[in-house]
Design a protein around this ligand. Structure first.
Ligand code: TZP
Ligand code: MG
Length: 228
């Protein structure tokens, strides 16, 4: 898949914690979400050892490829390289974007987390392929978030980029669910500033029926996201 063809509308970030998986296999949950229409998958696992990460990522990649959806690895460029998946996602405290790019090469998809306009501009100038902007809302999934932006904060970042004529695909993340998905987009000005989609963890990974929730989110997003 070419990186300019990636669809960021409904971006699933995985969670392997037992309270989320509840005995289910992560691959089964991700496949159900793919059936429901998830457009991009990030494997995020903060606890498994490297060998285990590579084993799971390889299995996930076998599945995401069948759905023609990119698989990105959170934090771990080495795992992305070993598996040969489409790229990685790095936060502000992880490997630097330029180093990830040097390792993965020009065709890899590399996303960067940003919670301020300054971080977003730096990532844009450094050649990031997309931005994860957040956290929109406080969330039990990630408790060390420094900035809770609210939709207004996301809007500030998106508007700032647009004002500078810096165009880069963006998703927002943090506490997004079926109740607030539409308002997050409308209130952050997503339709005007070309927000591409939302990234979610628990609403899909923790759902009893991930396929149905993914499908429901896509239906909610259709009318409020700009058509591509
Ligand atoms: N980065 C900012 S918030 C977040 C990450 C990985 C977690 C979002 O999880 P959830 O369950 O969708 O609120
Ligand atoms: Mg990180």
């Amino acid at each position: 898949m070419k990186k300019q063809d990636v669809d960021y509308t409904l971006y699933l970030v995985t969670d392997s914690r037992p309270e989320i998986l509840r005995g289910r296999n992560i691959c089964d949950v991700v496949e159900a979400a793919l059936k429901g229409g998830v457009t991009c998958v990030q494997f995020r696992d903060k606890t498994s050892d490297t060998g285990e990460l590579i084993r799971i990522a390889r299995e996930l990649h076998g599945i995401t490829r069948r759905y023609n959806v990119p698989l990105l690895i959170n934090d771990r460029v080495d795992v992305a390289l070993a598996v040969g998946c489409e790229g990685c996602h790095v936060g502000q405290d992880d490997i630097k974007l330029e180093d990830a790019r040097r390792l993965l090469g020009p065709d890899a998809i590399i996303g960067v987390s940003a919670s301020t306009l300054e971080q977003a501009v730096e990532a844009y100038k450094g050649g990031a392929d997309y931005l994860g902007i957040g956290a929109v809302y406080a969330t039990p999934t990630k408790t060390n978030t420094k900035n809770i932006l609210g939709p207004e904060g996301v809007r500030r970042v998106l508007k700032g980029l647009a004002g500078l004529r810096y165009s880069i695909p963006s998703v927002c993340i943090g506490g997004i669910n079926t109740t607030n998905a539409q308002s997050v987009i409308t209130e952050s000005g997503g339709a005007n500033f070309w927000l591409n989609g939302i990234a979610v963890v628990s609403v899909i990974m923790g759902a009893d029926d991930p396929e149905q929730v993914a499908n429901g989110l896509l239906e909610l997003l259709g009318p409020v996201l700009p058509s591509k």
